[in-house]
Design a protein around this ligand. Structure first.
Ligand SMILES: *Cc1c(COP(=O)(O)O)cnc(C)c1O
Length: 450
């Protein structure tokens, strides 16, 4: 029998995360203080994030960062996640390509997000913090943080984007089961929320708005820190556990990827699976392609501009050098809530600028079609976000079919969609539409920033 799944022994789980900043020839440009335009130092971020996370954020020198023992212990609850050869999907497509996926959906909360939530909750606890707060879109990050906070004895308050709070009630319940307080955003609990609701009482919420609210709460509450599940460099750092495991598992399978593909919201699961392989491109001249799959309704990588922009709608965050659609951009209400963010993390932005990675945009209907094909072929219902990676993978596998090449494709299955069945319902009922932005709309959004 051909081997389908590859696992690592607990003793072989990564002991360190990989910090790609140390190996980048062109380092990410500094984050800037919006008032003075001076480069942000780690200390400047201490009021918002746990100190160790601030240091990790700006660390451009240490290639390897030790994973604390207590975090490794919690990783062992669900890691290694399986590396799976997608024989079923290959057959369904009729491609000579070898398709593998890293199955992050097996984490207790159903997505890769827990890899960073555990690390962040751990550092907060170590530093004497009692409360954590955050924003969440589809609820994946909120669920991960709620669980991690419970494990490490912290109180969690989660601002959930209103449209997702309404569309995805079960994720809210999951957070509540873990003991978190969940607030639909925009809310009247913060100045940022009140300002937005005053101007637009029907505002559906966005990740940018929810970030503003959570940051404000963290700044106003003693012993409370803000946490972020994507975009930041320290989040991508923690997620490299995915790619580091995959590297060893691909070796067990006797293959090395020609392409690594992941869906793209702010870049954490993409960075997590890509960076460990990308280091071999940078250091040894390997030629693997790295492809980020973003939604056509929120195309910051393929259609955005590289410039300094705020990470949130209100402008509380430092200015970040990134590919962006403008921090006032309001993405359409697509069902892949985790991909509705206006900007890309600073590391991936620099890598894209330098031609070290690529991006493609995927329409909503194409993503669900790909997700259904994958579900029938492999028996796993993917998260609507992950469907974008699957669609991009299928497109590459079809090209292999046309050219007759047996390329090795590795993609990240960032989460399962079992809590997203209302989205699948809508798709199957024919109620979903595509939201492809015109160049004029994008220009208008970028110009409307200041
Ligand atoms: C949050 C999320 C994403 C998008 O976030 P990234 O930081 O870009 O990885 C993708 N897939 C799932 C399942 C998510 O929960």
């Amino acid at each position: 029998m051909k081997q389908k799944r590859f696992f690592l022994n607990e003793a072989d789980l990564p002991k360190q995360w990989y910090n790609i900043q140390a190996d980048m020839v062109n380092k990410p440009m500094p984050l800037l203080n919006p008032a003075t335009k001076e480069a942000i130092k780690a200390e400047d971020l201490y009021p918002i994030f746990a100190k160790e996370l601030c240091r990790q954020e700006l660390n451009q020198t240490d290639r390897w960062i030790d994973i604390p023992d207590k975090v490794r212990e919690m990783y062992a609850y669900y890691r290694s996640t399986p590396l799976v050869r997608a024989y079923g999907l290959e057959k369904a497509i009729g491609t000579p390509a070898h398709i593998y996926f890293k199955n992050e959906s097996v984490s207790p909360v159903g997505s890769h997000k827990l890899n960073s939530a555990l690390a962040q909750a751990y550092y907060c606890k170590e530093e004497g913090i009692t409360n954590v707060t955050t924003e969440t879109g589809a609820g994946q990050w909120g669920a991960a943080l709620s669980y991690a906070a419970k494990l490490f004895g912290l109180e969690a308050a989660v601002y959930q984007v209103k449209i997702s709070y309404e569309q995805k009630p079960y994720r809210r319940s999951i957070m509540q089961v873990f003991g978190a307080q969940v607030i639909p955003s925009p809310s009247m609990t913060t100045r940022a929320g009140k300002d937005i609701l005053t101007k637009d009482p029907n505002h559906q919420g966005s990740l940018g708005t929810a970030i503003s609210e959570a940051v404000e709460l963290a700044q106003m509450t003693p012993n409370c820190k803000y946490t972020l599940g994507s975009v930041m460099s320290h989040v991508a750092l923690h997620q490299t556990v995915i790619g580091l495991e995959a590297e060893k598992q691909m070796e067990m399978a006797g293959e090395y990827p020609d392409m690594v593909i992941a869906c793209f919201g702010g870049g954490s699961n993409f960075g997590g699976i890509s960076f460990p392989f990308l280091r071999h491109n940078i250091l040894e001249g390997k030629k693997t392609r790295f492809i980020a799959a973003e939604p056509a309704s929120c195309p910051k990588l393929t259609k955005g501009k590289f410039e300094y922009d705020f990470g949130d709608e209100t402008g509380y965050t430092p200015l970040l050098p990134m590919f962006t659609l403008g921090h006032k951009f309001k993405p359409a209400n697509i069902h892949a809530g985790g991909l509705r963010y206006h900007g890309a993390g600073v590391i991936v932005s620099q890598l894209l600028k330098d031609g070290l990675m690529e991006a493609v945009d995927i329409d909503q209907l194409e993503s669900f079609k790909a997700g259904c094909l994958f579900a029938k072929a492999e028996g796993i219902i993917p998260a609507p976000e992950s469907c974008h990676a699957i669609a991009a993978t299928i497109n590459e596998a079809v090209k292999c079919k046309e050219s007759g090449e047996s390329k090795v494709i590795l993609f990240n299955l960032s989460g399962h969609g079992l809590v997203d069945m209302s989205s699948y319902d809508q798709y199957l009922a024919g109620n979903l539409v595509d939201y492809r932005l015109s160049d004029e709309e994008i220009e208008k959004n970028l110009a409307a920033q200041d």
